[in-house]
Design a protein around this ligand. Structure first.
Ligand SMILES: Nc1ncnc2c1ncn2[C@@H]1O[C@H](COP(=O)(O)OP(=O)(O)OP(=O)(O)O)[C@@H](O)[C@H]1O
Length: 585
């Protein structure tokens, strides 16, 4: 990892910590004080045993022993209270930082353009918001303080021990060599193992999600058995990875305990010999042994925390690179207002292609007067949706310009653009909430009367009234309680309520000209009336009702005229028309 790559992560961490820097400083002070209080224990015992007990036994003075006990007790209580405070402050700091991060991520990804979302995929966005934020939470929620506390505890132990009795300190430092080697071994092995675990778990989840979301296809093609065999294999892989990781930790932990015990024995041996020859007091032996015992425990914590640290660093890198993405459809620096758009749309020699791919529209010159109803037809992949999406400025053009009432969309204030141009997609996406709330998306300030009027206008009012709770009936994420046609009508009502100057609509391919679809057709007619409309048409009735039909082929308009004129002309459209009529029989 180069410095250049790391710095955005660090910058992100710093920017998250800035608003809570006071609490971070307090946390640092509390961690140091807690460790000092805890590390003082053995020193007090040594002094208490040698000086205070000697005073009590020799001269019958209880004072020093009482003082020593009181100080020991105070240090223990202070250490305990401060350790608890550390956890509390760290949790507060981490939750504030994560709240900030989560909202930043959400706002940012929402602001990014469609091109980004198509490239990045929703799965990746979700894992930024969930598992990566979670990895960071583990680190911030005590991981950093535990690491700092552990390191500080080891340093203080050595310093106190060397100050109290340097030969024991030397024994400790010598024992540190194998302990560090074992820790390094564990870190190397476990980071490989950790990656294996993560990959195995990701594969398992992907398989699970795929099987669940593709359940219909899975059952239709009788793939259940094969699918569960594959799942079992992946689950076994995951188990293997977990077992191996636990085994490694077992080896590491046991080795550290063994090193710790041998060190205690060595300290005891060296001290014992020195007590025999009279060069060491018994209290110092006690203190040294206690220091030796508490020395290695933090190392196990540092070792096990290594993986969390690694994954938090990786998560931070991914999060910061997502936050560094900037929209390719930027807000204008000096927006031009357009309070009441009339609805004239112009494509002036537009060249457009997705990302760096070859141009889909090589040179489109199209002028639609305000109020005209335009139907786009053509073979699949011809570029109809692309034209529609450019009108809503989901993407920016490479060359030329798209203008609304003469204003380049790139200069138009985005609120004005969103008010003036509304796109209704085939998908007719419903958000979780009531039917009324879904219609009100078109105009959040609308009253219930206005919502109902919109529903009446597009012919969905009776359908809604027949639902168990009428307008307050909740619809799930994708509107499972409503049929495709009903969903479409709700999305028409939403667009009707928004009342845009320009309506862009991708007519559902599944809805054909069958009698049951009459209601959708009528709703559509009301919606399209009195405004500029650009419809990617799939029904003959919609096309025939349009003022103007554009036949698109290979990103170019090959025929342009009224439906009657084009039928008359005997070109592509006339053939399409013939075919349509034949299917309707
Ligand atoms: N998001 C995208 N990224 C890259 N290429 C795309 C994207 N969307 C469409 N294309 C390509 O652009 C071309 C035009 O696609 P477009 O969706 O505009 O066609 P269409 O006429 O609307 O087709 P259909 O009737 O099947 O919806 C196609 O070659 C398609 O592969």
């Amino acid at each position: 990892m180069s410095r250049g790559e790391r710095s955005p992560s660090l910058a992100l961490l710093m920017s998250l910590a800035r608003p809570v820097r006071g609490r971070v400083a307090l946390l640092a002070v509390v961690v140091v004080l807690a460790q000092l209080a805890l590390a003082a224990g053995p020193l007090l015992i040594a002094w208490g045993t040698d000086a205070a007990l000697a005073a009590a036994q020799g001269r019958g003075e209880l004072g020093p022993a009482l003082v020593c006990s009181a100080v020991y007790l105070t240090a223990a209580i202070v250490g305990g209270v401060l350790s608890a405070a550390t956890i509390k402050i760290a949790a507060g700091v981490s939750q504030s930082m994560l709240l900030d991060l989560r909202s930043r991520l959400f706002r940012h990804t929402q602001r990014l353009d469609l091109e980004f979302h198509e490239r990045y995929t929703s799965g990746r966005v979700i894992s930024r918001q969930t598992s990566d934020t979670e990895a960071l939470r583990e680190l911030l929620d005590g991981g950093v303080t535990a690491l700092a506390g552990s390191a500080l505890s080891m340093i203080l132990t050595v310093v106190f021990l060397v100050t109290m009795d340097w030969p024991s300190g030397v024994v400790l430092l010598v024992a540190l060599v194998p302990a560090v080697l074992v820790t390094r071994w564990f870190q190397q092995r476990s980071s490989v193992q950790f990656r294996r675990q993560r990959t195995a778990s990701a594969r398992l989840i992907v398989h699970f999600v795929e099987a669940m979301t593709g359940m219909r296809a899975l059952q239709a093609f009788r793939r259940e058995r094969r699918s569960s065999e594959d799942y079992t294999e992946l689950a076994l892989d995951y188990r293997e990875a977990n077992v191996e990781s636990i085994r490694q930790f077992g080896v590491f932990d046991t080795s550290l305990t063994a090193i710790g015990n041998v060190t205690v024995a060595l300290v005891l041996l060296v001290s014992g010999l020195r007590v025999i020859d009279g060069s060491m007091a018994i209290g110092v032996v006690l203190g040294s042994v206690m220091y030796a015992r508490r020395f290695f425990a933090p190392l196990a914590q540092i070792g096990t925390f290594y993986n969390s640290l690694q994954s938090a660093i990786a998560a931070l890198e991914k999060l910061s690179s997502l936050l560094a993405e900037s929209p390719t459809v930027p807000e204008p620096t000096r927006p031009v207002g357009l309070a009441r758009a009339r609805g004239r749309v112009d494509f002036d020699h537009v060249e457009f292609g997705y990302g760096t791919l070859p141009a889909v529209l090589p040179d489109l010159d199209l002028h639609i007067p305000a109020g005209q109803q335009v139907a786009l037809v053509g073979t699949t992949g011809a570029g109809k949706s692309t034209i529609a999406k450019l009108v809503a400025r989901f993407y920016d053009v490479r060359r030329g310009s798209v203008r609304l009432d003469g204003v380049d969309l790139r200069d138009l204030a985005s609120d004005d653009l969103r008010r003036a141009v509304v796109m209704v997609t085939q998908e007719a996406y419903l958000f979780s909430g009531s039917v009324a709330a879904n219609i009100a998306i078109g105009n959040p300030r609308a009253t219930r009367q206005q919502i109902e009027a919109a529903a009446r206008a597009v012919g969905v009012h009776d359908v809604v009234m027949a639902l168990p709770e009428g307008y307050d009936t909740p619809v799930d994420g994708r509107g499972v309680r409503l049929s495709a046609g009903q969903r479409q009508l709700v999305s028409f009502a939403r667009a009707f309520l928004a009342d845009p100057a320009v309506l862009v609509l991708d007519e559902a391919t599944s809805s054909l000209d069958v009698p049951g679809e009459r209601i959708v057709q009528e709703g559509l007619e009301t919606l399209l009336a009195d405004r500029t409309s650009i419809v990617i048409a799939h029904r003959l009735s919609t096309v025939m009702a349009a003022d103007r039909v554009l036949v698109v082929e290979g990103g170019r308009i090959v025929e342009d005229g009224s439906p009657a004129e084009l039928v008359e002309a005997g070109g592509h459209f006339a053939k399409l028309h013939e075919g349509w009529q034949a299917t309707l029989g």
